[in-house]
Design a protein around this ligand. Structure first.
Ligand code: OGA
Ligand code: NI
Length: 357
């Protein structure tokens, strides 16, 4: 499934309420849950006991200490080299001393829990702040088998209309989103800059084309999943952006593919996770890798994560920085359109291979 800032992805958006749900007031907590099990009942019945891949090893992602950027030339170069190495070998790394305060991360998590804790009906029917009503997504309406279903709900927030300083809405949710987006967007710009520098380029490309208004923030929640051996919290995908910065809680469940094997990422509360998206892989002519990843939902506890997607405007041209170019020149708009078309036609994202020379 294509699951990035895109209406082509197979999310259930604005669907009608669950007709079976109990109105028992004691089931307060249940009121906020999207009716995943009931909605996809037939898929579970049709396809029993296809267990996920066997035991998956737990690993720590390459750890980059961003303090090293400020402790002299040699340390800085070493830090940038380590980041570039991880981007080419893993497509993922984690950063500590990233400059985003624990207080801000905690406030963002608090707002996130509140927003998901609203009654399901409200999440489906009402706009979040003044974003479109398509912002809330859950499950996967077009899933015809369990492999296409994600056991999760999300608010997918275009930052374009979020940061308007003259906006009258003084809600703590908006303020927190703005504050978080501003901080994480600065970090993403800095990391993109360092990664291009490591390829031998000094460019204002990211600053010019990936301003906060073309980026997205996604609040993810993975409800406890009694059937977690049969369905993924989030099915395998690559991100369609330049770079993603993910803040996850301590529950764990994120997995990535390395050398053909799935690996579980060990949570680190001090770190933010960074991963390379399709556009950076194309821009870097495959020096950096956009790696497949997925989430296993926990059987007992809910899991939260926040993802920031560093995206350009739709008319931005993505052209490889080296010759011979592996990919044709394309705009982000063309890329998105092709992905949407492929998802519609084949049920899944094809992505970068479509744009090979
Ligand atoms: C995503 C994603 C992983 C997670 O939102 O694209 O890969 O841990 N999320 O929630
Ligand atoms: Ni992702």
């Amino acid at each position: 499934m294509f699951r990035s800032f895109d209406s082509s992805c197979s999310w259930q958006a604005g669907a009608s309420a669950d007709p079976y749900r109990s109105s028992d007031p004691h089931e307060k907590k249940q009121e906020s849950e999207p009716p995943l099990q009931k909605t996809y009942k037939t898929l579970f019945e049709k396809q029993h006991k296809t267990e996920h891949d066997t035991v998956v090893e737990e690993c720590e992602l390459p750890l980059i200490d961003l303090d090293q950027l400020n402790t002299g030339r040699r340390e800085r170069d070493k830090c940038v080299r380590a980041m570039a190495k991880a981007s080419s070998e893993w497509g993922f790394f984690q950063v500590v001393n990233h400059g985003i305060s624990t207080d801000l991360l905690n406030r963002m998590s608090g707002e996130q829990a509140k927003v998901f804790g609203q009654p399901f009906e409200k999440k489906v029917k009402e706009k979040l702040l003044d974003f479109s009503s398509e912002t809330y997504r859950w499950g996967a309406p077009s899933a015809t088998n369990l492999q296409q279903l994600s056991w999760s709900e999300a608010f997918h927030i275009p930052l374009a209309n979020c940061s308007d300083p003259s906006h009258p809405d003084k809600s703590t949710l908006r303020r927190t989103i703005n504050e978080y987006a501003a901080a994480v967007s600065d970090l993403a710009q800095q990391l993109a800059q360092l990664l291009t520098e490591s390829l031998g380029f000094r460019t204002s490309y990211f600053a010019q084309n990936c301003g906060p208004s073309s980026c997205y923030l996604r609040l993810n929640r993975y409800p406890p999943c009694p059937l977690s051996s049969e369905v993924f919290g989030l099915i395998s995908h690559t991100d369609s952006d330049f770079l993603t910065i993910l803040h996850q809680d301590q529950v764990g469940g994120l997995q990535l593919k390395k050398d053909g094997k799935w690996i579980t990422v060990k949570p680190n509360q001090k770190a933010l996770i960074v991963n390379i998206g399709d556009l950076f892989q194309a821009w870097s002519n495959d020096a950096y890798k956009s790696v497949e990843h997925r989430v296993i939902a926990n059987k007992i506890v809910e899991r939260f994560s926040v993802a920031f997607f560093l995206c350009p405007s739709y008319d931005t041209v993505i052209e490889t920085c080296r010759r011979p170019a592996m990919y044709k020149k394309f705009t982000f708009g063309e890329f998105r359109q092709q992905v949407q078309e492929d998802v519609r036609r084949t049920g899944h994202k094809i992505g970068l291979p479509r744009f090979l020379v």
